[in-house]
Design a protein around this ligand. Structure first.
Ligand code: NCD
Length: 353
């Protein structure tokens, strides 16, 4: 069966198919109202969520299916010390597909290795968030009419912002896309995400200024500083208000530019921006549900369900991953594996050879 652990698990053709399917679902709700009759989605959220969990649940319900799950680790057997892989094997006996969010990086990959049913990564620590990217792609496609030849500003917490990492992995595959990376030095992209840009030969510039390239952008993707990922509150306090988008800062922006944000927002976008037609972030949440509907239909389609899993693999590594938030440092008997780029296959941090 196929899983969705990062957006690279889907080809560009499949991304385009999912967008077309989401549009068809939006236009023909009745046609899809019973397509998941008798099917169950387990939403396993070991970390807080509003949009992602509820939109997955709404997606399954609107397709005629049912949902089960938990919304915090403390109400699951994780609180008793159960490892993710055991939880997943058990839940695979109760549900046809699992969407899971976990604070540790690589948790979804470790789960998929032992799962009997398709796993959808609904966010693994600061690493990836592919279904948010599906929402972002549909939003950009609907608002800009294309996914190629776009200049995209990524602003805020590029280090821990998992939605940014997955969005980069998707957008580098479309022709003529370039990036403006806007962050304080402390929150620059992690090396593995920067490598993705370099290896793809994509144009990008790094700036500390939100205004510098504003007039050139087609998409401005704002992000929240991810407080929960900092090692100390002092470190967070130093950067928490690094960028605040206001109507004044938008004066030089194109009328066709679109502002995206995965939400929740803290104060990085003033509420005064919300009524600007360029603000697409609430429309983006609706698109998230549509794309999750399309994804559930797709992954449970017989021909897709019968394809072999495409899991990252690597050689065994004699040592620990140096990323304390890597799943391998927290799950028992999960060996570290190294990929061809010398990175941990779970969290993509470089492994010292
Ligand atoms: C994002 C996430 O959880 O990574 N939210 C979401 O899924 N819509 C972004 C965030 O929490 O800042």
């Amino acid at each position: 069966m196929r899983h969705l652990l990062d957006v690279c698990d889907l080809s560009v053709k499949e991304l385009d198919e999912l967008i077309a399917l989401a549009e068809d679902i939006a236009a023909n709700k009745q046609k899809y109202a019973h397509i998941m009759d008798g099917k169950k989605l387990a939403a396993l959220f070991f970390e807080p969520s509003t949009r992602t969990r509820l939109s997955f649940e709404a997606a399954m319900l609107e397709l005629g299916g049912q949902t089960l799950g938990f919304s915090e680790a403390s109400s699951s057997s994780a609180a008793k010390g159960e490892c993710v892989r055991d939880t997943i094997r058990v839940v695979g006996g109760y549900a046809d597909i699992i969407a899971m969010r976990h604070p540790l990086e690589g948790a979804a990959l470790s789960a998929a290795m032992k799962s009997y049913v398709p796993i959808i990564n609904a966010g693994d620590g600061g690493h990836c968030h592919p279904t948010q990217t599906l929402a972002d792609l549909l939003t950009i496609h609907r608002e800009e009419g294309r996914l190629d030849h776009l200049k995209i500003g990524l602003c805020g917490d590029l280090l821990y912002g998992r939605t940014v990492h997955s969005l980069i992995n998707a957008m580098i595959r479309y022709e003529g896309v370039s990036f403006v990376l806007i962050s304080p030095r402390e929150l620059e992209l992690p090396p593995y995400a920067l490598d993705v840009l370099k290896r793809a030969g994509v144009n990008y510039v790094v700036t500390r200024s939100l205004e510098e390239f504003m007039s050139e952008l087609d998409v401005l993707y704002m992000t929240r500083v991810q407080r929960e990922r900092f090692s100390s509150i002092e470190e967070y306090e130093k950067v928490k208000d690094c960028y605040i988008l206001t109507p004044e800062k938008l004066l030089s922006a194109k009328p066709t530019m679109r502002i995206l944000h995965p939400l929740p927002r803290v104060n990085e976008i003033s509420q005064l921006v919300d009524d600007d037609k360029r603000a697409a972030y609430f429309r983006q949440t609706v698109n998230g549900k549509l794309m999750r509907m399309a994804l559930l239909v797709y992954l449970l389609r017989d021909d897709v369900r019968s394809q072999p899993a495409r899991l990252a693999s690597g050689k065994s590594y004699d040592g620990k991953c140096q990323n304390p938030k890597c799943i391998t440092n927290n799950e028992r008997e999960l060996p570290v594996l190294v990929n061809e780029q010398g990175r941990c296959i779970y969290c993509e941090h470089e492994l010292k050879m």
